[in-house]
Ligand binder design. Structure first.
Ligand SMILES: [Zn+2]
Length: 494
């Protein structure tokens, strides 16, 4: 039986919510929906936690001065504009209000509809997933066999999700906040659209406030935390969740999104220990990356796709996270390192020409061997086209230095970060298409959609709506604005 109750907020406002007998419940909280399902009211399973002064202080700070989903002018994070607040509202399910009665709790926006499964999501009869939220673990663990193929998206959407997660975590970390429990349960993903939203924000570690007692989620807890969990709370040998432990959890999630397997679950065993102790050793003191290049004890026999298959940036980040930094938290790559490296990887995406290929996209990092690692198809096009982006060195007119590059494919859009040397593909960038590529009869063209003063190799202006033929070795300005990139065209026979 359900009935309507009222949550009282700090300013006395009353918010209705629907009380049900078995509300959805996580390890920390249980959740009730508003009558129109646009927001949720959450209470702590342990009511003492809600009475705790530190919890209240922490949540007030999270909702107010640390909130990236509200503009500064409305009480959100310092320097946050309306545009940035809107952007980050899509990446976080951030609490918006504190409930003071009938007991201490929080109000959060409901997740957008695309983060809920529908009646067609399961591929086995009798299993109805409708209304369940799309926790990451549905897509990365063995339960994915119960999902309909249409739920999985493709390699490109999983790479996009990885970039968005790194960006969300980078935003939290830049404010000094640590999530403390990033896991396959606390990040929702929608591979169909390439969307990602970080949830359970109320356990954030806030600078200067006593941290929450978070147990973490098995498989995502940093090895030093697993290994020191034997010490009681308050013991200084016990490692607390912090930014560095988040960096381990985040790296595990990204590895799972890209490779559909856990980076530390291999074939190594310690049968001399009880199962729980063995688990703790495998995720803690003796944790070993399954792709460790020097120690292959944990390597599965069926490792088909490897870290090196996605180019130098992914390989370097994974080795830094799971070899150098696995037991040495200071060596872990930061969220910004991940975001930048994954974006450089994104610029090497290429559509697989095999229509049967489930991945649909791959990373074309080796021009001499342009082969999809999933289906082993080699691209039929004999030409591999790249744009090398150059910017003018400060104070040295006419001297240009390369700052980036992208692999070009038919119908590829070009955005502000391709056209202007001082724009980075992040939350601040304008996401309108400025130009695009067309391949016609083995010839490649760049079509100007809205670039101001695009010029061809011979200095001719290319008006909006017109195109320029691309030839190997061409140099041209894509925009006459001061920050407009100089593009060098590289066409190689693959
Ligand atoms: Zn393929």
């Amino acid at each position: 039986m359900s009935r309507i109750a009222e949550a009282i907020l700090r300013d006395g406002t009353k918010l209705p919510y629907v009380v049900t007998d078995n509300p959805p419940s996580g390890t920390m909280k249980h959740t009730y929906f508003s009558p129109d399902k646009s927001y949720v009211v959450q209470f702590f399973n342990d009511a003492d936690m809600g009475r705790n002064m530190y919890t209240r202080d922490r949540i007030s700070a999270i909702i107010g001065k640390y909130n990236p989903t509200v503009p500064e002018e409305k009480g959100g994070a310092k320097g946050n504009t309306k545009k940035l607040a809107e952007y980050f509202s899509g990446l976080f399910c951030w609490p918006v209000e504190i409930v003071v009665a009938p007991e201490f709790g929080i109000v959060c926006p409901a997740y957008p509809q695309n983060y809920f499964f529908d009646e067609n999501s399961a591929n086995v009869s009798g299993l109805n997933l409708k209304g369940k939220d799309k926790k990451s673990r549905w897509f990365t663990s063995s339960v994915r066999k119960y999902l309909n193929n249409a739920e999985f998206g493709n390699f490109k959407s999983m790479l996009k999700i990885s970039i968005l997660l790194a960006r969300a975590v980078r935003r939290m970390h830049s404010a000094g906040l640590a999530h403390s429990d990033l896991s396959g349960n606390n990040v929702l993903i929608d591979p169909k659209t390439g969307g990602c939203v970080v949830i359970d924000i109320d356990s954030l570690v806030v600078p200067g406030i006593y941290p929450p007692e978070v147990a973490g989620t098995k498989g995502y807890i940093a090895p030093e935390v697993v290994d020191s969990a034997k010490y009681p709370y308050g013991d200084k040998r016990r490692c607390q969740p912090c930014i560095e432990t988040d960096l381990h959890s985040m790296a595990v999630l990204i590895y799972e999104y890209l490779f559909k397997r856990h980076p530390l679950e291999g074939k190594m065993r310690f049968p001399q220990f009880e199962a729980e102790e063995e688990d703790n050793l495998l995720m803690g003191k003796y944790a070993l990356f399954i792709e460790n290049p020097d120690d292959t004890r944990n390597r599965p026999d069926d490792l088909i796709i490897k870290v090196s298959d996605f180019g130098e940036y992914v390989e370097k980040l994974c080795l830094q996270a799971f070899v150098d930094g696995l037991h040495d938290p200071k060596k872990r790559p930061t969220a910004m390192d991940w975001e930048r490296g994954l974006i450089k990887t994104w610029e090497m995406l290429y559509p697989c020409e095999n229509r049967e290929c489930g991945a649909e996209w791959f990373i074309l990092y080796d021009e001499k061997n342009p082969v999809c690692p999933y289906c082993h198809s080699r691209i039929k096009s004999r030409q591999i086209v790249k744009f090398l982006f150059k910017k003018e060195i400060n104070g040295r007119k006419g001297q240009w230095v390369q700052y980036g590059e992208t692999v070009v494919y038919d119908k590829m859009p070009l955005y502000a970060w391709h056209v202007y040397s001082d724009i980075f593909d992040d939350e601040k960038a304008d996401r309108d298409e400025i130009a695009y590529i067309v391949k016609n009869n083995d010839k490649w063209f760049l079509v100007n959609k809205k670039a101001n003063g695009m010029r061809s190799e011979d200095g001719r202006i290319i008006p909006i709506g017109e195109s320029v033929l691309l030839k190997n070795g061409d140099f041209f300005r894509i925009s006459e604005n001061n920050n407009g990139s100089l593009i060098e065209v590289s066409i190689r026979q693959g």
